[in-house]
Each structure stands twice: as C-alpha cells, then as structure tokens.
Design a protein around this ligand. Sequence first.
Ligand code: SPD
Length: 428
Amino acid sequence: MKSLGRHILVEFHGCSAEILNDVPQIEQDMLAAAKQSGATIISSVFHHFSPFGVSGVVVIQESHLAIHTWPEYRYAAVDLFTCGDSVNPWVSYESLKKAFEAAHGSAIELNRGQLDLLERSDIDVGEMRDVATQTLMPPKYSRSVWFTDRDENIALSIRHKGKPLFKEKSPYQLVEIFDTYKYGRMLTVDKMVMCSEHDEAAYHEMIIHVPMLANPDIRKVLVIGGGDGGSVREILKHPQVESVTMVEIDEAVIRASREFLPSLSSCLGDPKLDLIVGDGIDFLRQADNDSFDFIVIDSSDPVGPSAGLFSKDFYNDVHRCLTPNGVMSAQSESPRFNQAAFVDLVHCLQTIFGSAEVYPYLAFIQTYPTGMWSFSYCSKRSRHPVVNLDVEKAIAFAKEHDLNYYNSDIHRAAFCLPTFIQKMLDAQ
Ligand code: SPD
C-alpha cells in the first residue's frame, strides 16, 4: 500500500425511500457491510432527522463508515474509510448498494496519508492489557441507536438496542416495539411513542382511576383503542365492573402487545372483556343510547386511523351512548407538543357536554415529547371529578394495588392547570 488508508466517497441514487428512513435497518446494514469487509466494529451511532433522513457512523478499528440519507430524494451519501490491508472498502460498497436497493451507485477512491509525503517517528504508546491476566484487551463494541418522536421543532429521543423486537406495517400503520435501555420495551406507531413498560403506569392509571374513583358506580365500560391492554388492566382492578368492551382497530397492536408487552396485555383474556377488532367510530355510531357508564378514548395521536377520534360526530355518539350519570375520559394530547389538537378537542367537548362538564387534567409521561400530557374528563350530569372523590377510598385503592403514579393528591392536583394552559383554552 502506498498510503495509510483508502477513502471511498459514494453516491447511491434510486434507493428504497422506506429503507433510507429506517434507523435500525440502516444501522444493521452498515454493521453488516463493515463485517463483510473484514472490519472490527468498535461503536455505532445512528440518529433520525426531521422530517426525514438518517445520519450515522460505524467506527471500526480500521477507521469508519458514515452515512447521510435523503429518503425524499432516494439518495444516500456514504463514505467508507479503511486503513491497512486487511479490510476492503469495496466489499462494503457492494453490500450497501444491495441493502439500500440502489438503482445506481458511483464512487471515487482517494488515497489518504500518502506514504511518500509522510515522515514516520517512532513513538511508544503502549498496549491496552488486562490488569489481572496481562492479555491484550480486544476493542469493546458499543452502539448508540435512537428512536426520536418529533415534530419540526421539538423532539424526544430514547436510546434502544437496535433491531426492533416487532415490526409490521399493518393496513393502518407501522407498528414497532423497541427494546430501550431506560424504559424497557416500547410500543410505537408510525414513529410515535405509544407506551413503554417503565412509564406506562402514569398514563393508564390516570386515564382510568381518576374517573373511576370519582364515580364508584361504574359497571359497564367501553374502551375505544387501547390495544396494548393497559387501560383494561386498570379498569379490572375495580371489582364492581361487570363488563368491559374494547374496540381496537388494529389487530397488529394487540398481537404485538400480547407477545412482547405481557405486563400491559395481561388482562386481554379476562372473561369480563369483550374484545372487538374493529372501527370504534362505526361501533359507537351503531351502539344503543345510554349503554355505557364510562367510555375511555385511549387513542393514538390524531393522524391516520385515530384522526376521526378527535371529531365532533364521534363525541356526539360518545355523549349519546353514556348512561345519564355516565362519564368519559380521553387522552387529549400535549398542551405544548400538540397545542392545536389539545385546544380543539377541549373546545369540541365543551360544545357537546357543556363548558362546566369538561375538565382537562395533566400527567407527566416521560416518554412523550415535552413530558406534559393531558386527559379530558367529561360528565353527562355534573359529576365533578374532585368534589366527588372519596379521598379515603382513593388512598386505600392506591395502596391495595401498589399503584406507581396515581394517588389521591395527584388526583386533585392534576386538575390545577398552569396559567399558560388556562390562557390557551380561554383564547378563541
Ligand atoms: N403520542 C402519544 C399519544 C398516545 C396515546 N395513547 C397511548 C396508548 C396507550 N394505551
């Protein structure tokens, strides 16, 4: 070799747009390309960028492989830099061209550190040896792959172990489960976080126990959405409940949760539960008047199959199907991350239930962008969510079930809205 290293600058055109936007897939392809070329992998870091694109680097003992993708142009810029004779960067080139389904690839090769221009000086930097055995330490491989839930201005990133445990494009959405370092397994749809093992309690305890402990006579419950099973699990902690009907549109969410999120889906086989795979909007349109004491809207965000769960027609049906003392709770998005969706939903509910019967409340959900999340409690006939609370009973309930987030103080405090949220709701 006449140089220290070979650097190939690569242009891939006409690639699969889907692959170029898929962080775990690209990481896997880059690692495979590095291995095939004979490289020793030291670490990898991969990020998703807004609104599309992935950037990442695989550091190898013999230098690096780096990538930046533009899925909207089906284009990837890749550079493959290897030192020494043991690694052939062109093997990586061929491997990536195939992996990205590139219609066209081109590259230029540069020699880096031309030996006839360099002057060598002998230095002793020592060797890394294990203290106890004095054997040479092999390089450690560390990786850094991130899931990012974002809009164009705000993002929340959570590090995970790479390849998703579950990945399926259902007829409605992309359903994935990632194994994260801090939050256990995490369910996402269309690249938005739905819940994670280690912080889902906040969401499910608050959407269920706030309305149920303020209304101890609830016997017939309907859940729209909620395919992971967390809401049903919490509802069934209330022994007076006689029946729960759950209508989830996406069978893939239920299947993924049953297989990979057993702590959430544990009650999906309960005899009190009637689990319907279908469209919640159609279901309520056809449901009888006054048929449920409590309706829970445990939806995903207002895009794709959930968009209709934020509409006036849908909530007119919710109101119609509640018994005279009935109540409902809905996840009503983040007042900061999804301000318009939050404000529009609260206003819509006020026109249907009456302004005095709609109570937005907050919980801190760590894995959702900004952490600040809202729910909305509505009652058909003046069932106040705090005045009606039997505090002693709430304390005993939280203790008996060893709850993680809900307690009677949180119940009351959740309805105290920061001034900026009151202002956004008051502004027309
Ligand atoms: N962006 C998060 C909104 C998700 C709300 N639903 C989560 C489903 C949990 N059962």
